[in-house]
Design a protein around this ligand. Structure first.
Ligand SMILES: NC(=O)c1ccc[n+]([C@@H]2O[C@H](COP(=O)([O-])OP(=O)(O)OC[C@H]3O[C@@H](n4cnc5c(N)ncnc54)[C@H](O)[C@@H]3O)[C@@H](O)[C@H]2O)c1
Length: 272
């Protein structure tokens, strides 16, 4: 895909990976609708991008954790810039720990934001994309969606769901012009990995300690560059940490051995 003159939407664009993606797509000549529930930082990104090219960015304060929030975002983006060439479902949360400590509301919120938001957005984009014979859906899942997330059941489950949904979307609509890319990083230096209220060890709401113990932490701009190149090449999977491929191969080759290794890592992280 060539980004020049295209309309893109990025959710979770007020911070971290989403802000870096918005900047990268904009630098390649795209119009960018930046969406987030963090209105303050969203306005900063919108202003920054519009100061480079007037009327090329549009901020929509949105809660994508509901179907109505996704519909409102897509309607606002279309009303501003017309046909949406690429929608990037990036917003996500690191919520929940184990079965004893995670209540239903937390599970449901994680499911809605990390997984159902992708389905709700795709559902409201697909009609227009199929009629046009083209459209590009991208998502940020996680290496946790290919492997697992030490310390967080909701994160592991929702990110596996996000990868599964992206694969299914590509299988089902790929021959009708819809392209799909999903991002599966390990550690990226954002608020999610370094939450201000983090508790070291397995009690972390985001499993940040386990992620940092597993390998290199990349900067959001580095990840955005790799995502951009993958979309230009129209490839499905973005795996910015090559070691994830090795871990995934080990998992597929011998699940029991891989599970033992993950338990050892969990014990190491819990030990601090
Ligand atoms: N940072 C990492 O190490 C890492 C690793 C793998 C995957 N990810 C994924 O990357 C994505 C981006 O996270 P990040 O690391 O940039 O963290 P971040 O916390 O900096 O950014 C997440 C953004 O999503 C927004 N958001 C959350 N819920 C929302 C909602 N309901 N409606 C609208 N906006 C909402 C937040 O306000 C925030 O701006 C997430 O999906 C996350 O799961 C992050």
């Amino acid at each position: 895909m060539n980004f020049e003159g295209k309309t893109t939407v990025v959710t979770g664009a007020a911070n971290g990976i989403g802000a870096a993606l918005a900047r990268r797509f904009h630098a390649a000549g795209a119009r960018v609708v930046v969406a987030d529930r963090d209105a303050k930082n969203l306005e900063i990104i919108e202003k920054e991008l519009n100061s480079i090219r007037p009327d090329s960015a549009f901020a929509v304060v949105a809660d994508i954790g509901s179907e109505a929030g996704n519909v409102a975002l897509i309607d606002a983006a279309r009303a501003k810039f017309g046909f949406i060439d690429l929608f990037y479902a990036n917003a996500g949360v690191g919520m929940g720990t184990d079965l004893e400590s995670t209540d239903e509301e937390t599970w449901n919120t994680a499911m809605n934001i990390n997984l159902h938001s992708h389905r709700w957005a795709a559902k409201h984009l697909m009609g227009e994309w199929l009629a046009a014979g083209e459209g590009y859906f991208c998502s940020t899942a996680s290496a946790a969606g290919l492997l697992s997330q030490i310390g967080s059941g909701p994160y592991s489950v929702t990110k596996h769901g996000a990868v599964a949904f992206a694969e299914w979307l590509s299988i089902t609509y790929g021959d009708r012009g819809v392209r799909v890319t999903t991002l599966c990083p390990q550690g990226v230096n954002t608020n999610m990995l370094n939450p201000p209220d983090a508790v070291p060890g397995i009690g972390n709401t985001d499993g940040g300690s386990a992620v940092k113990a597993s390998g290199v932490v990349l900067e959001p701009a580095e990840v955005a560059d790799i995502v951009y190149n993958t979309i230009v090449a129209e490839k499905f999977l973005v795996m910015p940490h090559p070691e994830v491929h090795t871990y995934e191969k080990r998992k597929v080759d011998d699940r029991d051995r891989w599970l033992s290794g993950m338990r050892r890592l969990q014990a190491r992280v819990a030990g601090g």
